[in-house]
Design a protein around this ligand. Structure first.
Ligand code: DGL
Length: 278
């Protein structure tokens, strides 16, 4: 029997899901959360569908073993390739994230929106179907964010390389007339300030962290899983990156987020990988 005061398990291929975690903490301050970054195996966006599915399952199983009452897949790439599998194989509720195609279709005035996502998200049937559903209202200019996740995993949210990649990826969107850009990877949500510095108010930026937090709140309520606690919930951080040095960017970025407390530490989680094909 799941207790209401059990933590919510949140995972991403790495640091990107921190943008979702922060929105969840703002909305659900009494909930405890366990965040795990699969940084030892990132980026998912350049891996095979089978790899992404297997890794997502291994991480979700680890969270359930730690007593998570709900799983939040704070990764668009893992959601597009593994959410069905996770829902059919786990007994706890599973919430996923997907690029904000619908909000972008309603937000755009020019009728053109850019989609910056990982290669794996862009090739997924799930995203193609979502785009097809809204194509009558909006034209989508899609671009894979090759190289950006690797920079973010090293703690770089700006600087010469990130600025150059963003300029290269978003300028064609601006030239095509896009007035809205979907940050379709939770990693890219962490780049919002850099995009604004580079492009000013050229684009409305769409990310879905707070929508996911609202969805989590509603689902907890429906499943009678809302925490009883009247005190702030705790947050524990884990990473599959082996060395303390490799886990440092998680510490650095998490501590900068509005909802984080001081004294944040990240423990190593050993979660072996079963697949040989990646
Ligand atoms: N954070 C993940 C997402 O939302 C992807 C990053 C990766 O490629 O690992 O899509």
């Amino acid at each position: 029997m799941m207790t209401r005061d059990a933590p919510i398990g949140v995972f991403d291929s790495g640091l990107g899901g921190l943008s979702v975690l922060d929105a969840m903490r703002a909305r659900l301050p009494n909930e405890s959360m366990v965040y795990i970054a699969d940084s030892g195996y990132a980026p998912y966006g350049e891996k095979t569908d089978a790899f992404i599915r297997q890794r997502s399952k291994a991480i979700a199983d680890w969270l359930v073993e730690r007593g998570a009452k709900m799983i939040v897949v704070a990764c668009n790439t893992a959601t597009t390739h593994a959410i069905g599998y996770l829902r059919s194989s786990l007994t706890v509720p599973v919430v996923g994230v997907e690029p904000g195609v619908k909000p972008a279709a309603f937000a755009t005035v020019s009728g053109i929106a850019g989609v910056l996502a990982t290669a794996a998200t862009l090739r997924s049937d799930r995203l193609k179907a979502l785009i097809a559903e809204h194509e009558a209202r909006c034209r989508f200019v899609c671009q894979a964010g090759h190289g950006l996740v690797e920079q973010i995993e090293q703690g770089r949210l700006d600087g010469a390389i990130v600025d150059d990649l963003l300029t290269r990826y978003l300028t064609p969107m601006a030239n095509a007339g896009a007035d809205t850009v979907i940050l379709g990877s939770t990693h890219f949500a962490l780049l919002a300030a850099t995009v604004r510095r580079l492009f000013g108010n050229r684009f409305a930026l769409i990310e879905t962290g707070s929508a996911i937090a609202r969805r989590v709140q509603a689902l907890l309520h429906e499943a009678s899983l809302t925490a009883h606690a009247h005190a702030p919930g705790s947050v524990e951080y884990f990473s599959t990156a082996h060395s303390a040095e490799q886990r440092q960017p998680l510490v650095a970025i998490a501590s900068r987020l509005p909802m984080s407390g001081p004294q944040l530490s990240v423990a190593y989680a050993h979660i072996a990988h079963a697949l040989a094909d990646a």
